[in-house]
Design a protein around this ligand. Structure first.
Ligand SMILES: [Zn+2]
Ligand SMILES: [Zn+2]
Length: 275
């Protein structure tokens, strides 16, 4: 609600895992969407248990949403197909089940080179459809080959948005050449090494090395421990600097509500905040 996104337009929510800091805001959001009179259906994707949580909180408050709510409990390796992209669910390593979402924009591979077709004397017509389907055609007695008139495919953008995870390498082949990885980075290495009890999170050193090794083009880290920040001797810059020791790509430390765009040029930019 405090972000620049519109509740009315919201139609899908993906939850990475069932630690409270990652989804306890859901019931409030669901009932606010109702008051907003935004009746667009909503789908929530989450690990096993998410349905019980939502149904229970709606049940005890006698909440009737007034819009269609779909709850989908996913499993590792599930693939969800959307209009312009697919989402694949990948398992992570954490103290409870935790997942990442590998999002792959569809390639655009059936675009015709209309300029070239016009130069060959062929104006837009039914024949364009045939060529697009990969069929060769006869035009004015001459055979025109489909593949000669197709543009190079435009490869879709790829990104991973990961939940809490202590082993970024588990994402394996999906990391290689990735356009954008959004991943947690809770500690710098020395702080982590001195924790009395180890918990399953990633350090700046780990994520920097993994991102560099896999030629990841852009990295956004979040889930920074509150011990780094304004009211502490340790600044968030320490996280950034440690990542930059190994990673030479573009890196951002995200704050809540930040908005980033991943352009077709594969460059991530931060959108400036609306105050
Ligand atoms: Zn967690
Ligand atoms: Zn967490």
């Amino acid at each position: 609600m405090r972000s620049s996104l519109s509740l009315g337009k919201l139609d899908s929510i993906f939850i990475t895992h069932l630690h409270g800091d990652h989804y306890y805001g859901l019931p409030g959001l669901l009932s606010t969407k109702m008051m907003d009179k935004a009746f667009k259906p909503l789908s929530i994707y989450g690990p096993k248990g998410i349905a019980r949580f939502i149904e229970c909180s709606l049940d005890v408050s006698f909440e009737h949403l007034g819009y269609h709510l779909d709850i989908i409990e996913y499993q590792a390796e599930d693939i969800f197909v959307f209009n312009k992209f697919t989402v694949k669910v990948l398992p992570l390593v954490h103290s409870i089940e935790s997942y990442a979402f590998y999002i792959k924009e569809n390639d655009i591979s059936n675009k015709l080179n209309e300029e070239k077709l016009r130069a060959a004397g062929l104006e837009p017509s039914r024949l364009y459809g045939e060529l697009k389907k990969g069929r060769d055609i006869i035009f004015q007695g001459k055979k025109l080959e489909s593949k000669i008139f197709m543009l190079e495919p435009i490869l879709g953008r790829t990104l991973i948005i990961a939940g809490d995870n202590s082993d970024p390498g588990i994402l394996g082949k999906y990391l290689y050449n990735l356009d954008l990885l959004a991943h947690e980075c809770t500690y710098t290495q020395d702080i982590y090494d001195n924790l009395p009890v180890k918990i399953l999170h990633t350090t700046a050193m780990d994520i920097g090395e993994i991102a560099e090794k896999n030629h990841i083009k852009n990295l956004i880290v979040n889930h920074i421990s509150p011990r780094y920040g304004k009211n502490s001797k340790m600044s968030v810059e320490m996280i950034l600097n440690e990542i930059k020791l190994t990673y030479k790509g573009r890196v951002f430390v995200a704050n809540d509500f930040d908005v980033y765009t991943l352009g077709r040029d594969r460059i991530v930019k931060k959108r400036h905040e609306r105050k």
